[in-house]
Design a protein around this ligand. Structure first.
Ligand code: JD8
Length: 404
């Protein structure tokens, strides 16, 4: 994965030379480039800021240095496989950065980060960037920092450690907090009995028992108890996501498009990797394509329940009557968030998509990658049968089944 970071404080990113991320860079698993925004100024004072139009406190970052810097990054890193990066701009008003987003971004070949300072970037920089590459404004959390660098340090570490080979024992990634919706269990090491200045502190005996089933059960109980105590919002979510009826399911609206794009990229990166090509529509689509798709297909989104409907978008499916054959119902873009896969959500979403078919339909159709064995098995189990020959798109196969 290639990473580019633009900042007026490039030294702020020095911690990425250390520890696992530093080793991953030396091992060639991460190709990180840090750029000084001032190198893209044209005046002898290397000016990057100016006073805000309309008055107000503080300074605003000028558009020209940013446009020059971002254009340089694209020029410097473009390849056939990854012509442009996914640009992430940290900001207190951005989409919350989550473990699910970290998984999504870890599946992408090239990320770029624009670190703002002062009161932020001239808004036209976002327009300039969005015309050239996918753009997501992302927030580390609901508190105010002085700039984007700290957020980028956190995001590069959270994404980098998910890349194959970065964390030695990938197994240890599985039972962590925010994987599977539960916080992590307490950990202990020697001495089993610790004399803490006269207070003897013991390790829970079950951990010394060698009874792995009992240890696993104790650890899960600890995760559930800790999550309920510290993060009741997470507890509510993870306890209930066993089927669609535990989720807020509704027809998608344009406001869902940004999250749909992130989830769709995550889910199709695996397809891209196993098919050996990133040139597949779900990966190449821009935000406006997703919004247009909402007009051409009936699209359902499934969110974790929340009071204001802003719960995490964890699944989606879409369906439509084939434009040139009203007897065929096409189901597509079936996607489930990485940490919720394997719970039957995909099957439930497929059934939801199929149920949208009007009476005139006699055939249900779906399409997937020719080498996507897991998907083909899943659709066979749902009653579909392979249609001989090439599918509707290069490198794909079609599957159909009669509409019961
Ligand atoms: C980027 C400039 C400072 C923000 C005036 C303070 C992220 N979770 C987060 N909190 N704050 C940021 C963040 C703050 C930034 C910049 C990210 C660029 N500032 C500005 C607006 C109010 N000052 C962040 N991710």
């Amino acid at each position: 994965m290639r990473l580019d970071v633009v900042s007026i404080f490039p030294g702020y990113l020095a911690p990425l030379d250390l520890s696992l991320i530093g080793k991953a860079r030396r091992d060639g698993l991460l190709d990180l480039h840090v750029h000084d925004l001032r190198d893209f100024t044209t005046d002898r004072h290397r000016t990057v800021d100016d006073s805000p139009f309309g008055g107000g406190a503080g300074m605003v970052m000028k558009p020209e240095p940013w446009a020059a810097a971002l254009d340089h990054v694209v020029q410097d890193g473009t390849t056939d496989d990854a012509p442009v990066p996914h640009l992430l701009v940290p900001g207190p008003g951005g989409v919350p950065f989550t473990q699910a987003m970290a998984h999504a971004l870890a599946a992408e070949p090239w990320l770029a980060f624009a670190c703002g300072r002062y009161e932020g970037l001239d808004e036209r920089v976002y327009d300039h960037a969005a015309e050239r590459m996918p753009l997501t404004v992302v927030s580390l959390g609901d508190y105010v920092l002085n700039g984007g660098e700290v957020a980028v340090l956190a995001m590069v570490e959270a994404v980098g450690r998910l890349l194959p080979g970065v964390v030695g024992n990938a197994e240890s990634l599985v039972e962590e907090s925010h994987e599977g919706g539960l916080l992590e269990y307490p950990v202990y090491t020697r001495p089993a009995s610790w004399d803490d200045s006269g207070t003897v502190r013991e390790v829970p005996p079950v951990l010394l028992s060698g009874d792995h089933a009992a240890i696993a059960a104790w650890r899960h109980e600890q995760r559930v108890a800790r999550t309920a105590a510290r993060r009741p919002d997470l507890a509510a979510a993870s306890a209930t996501v066993a089927g669609l009826d535990d989720l807020d399911v509704r027809v998608a609206v344009p406001a869902d498009a940004a999250e749909l794009l992130v989830l769709q990229r995550a889910c199709w990166m695996q397809e891209g990797r196993i098919s050996g090509s990133w040139h597949i529509p779900p990966l190449e689509e821009a935000l406006e394509d997703v919004v247009r798709g909402l007009g051409e297909w009936t699209t359902w989104v499934a969110r974790v329940p929340s009071t204001d409907g802003s719960g995490r978008l964890v699944g989606s499916v879409r369906g439509r009557v084939r434009p040139d054959d009203a007897s065929v119902w096409e189901t597509g873009r079936l996607m489930v968030a990485a940490d919720l896969q394997g719970r039957g959500l995909g099957r439930a979403l497929l059934e939801l998509g199929e149920a949208g078919a009007p009476q005139s339909v006699s055939t249900l159709w779906i399409n997937t990658g020719r080498v996507s064995e897991a998907n083909i098995r899943r659709y066979r189990r749902a009653g579909y049968r392979l249609v001989p020959g090439e599918g509707a798109f290069p490198g794909t196969v079609d599957l159909t089944k009669p509409r019961r």
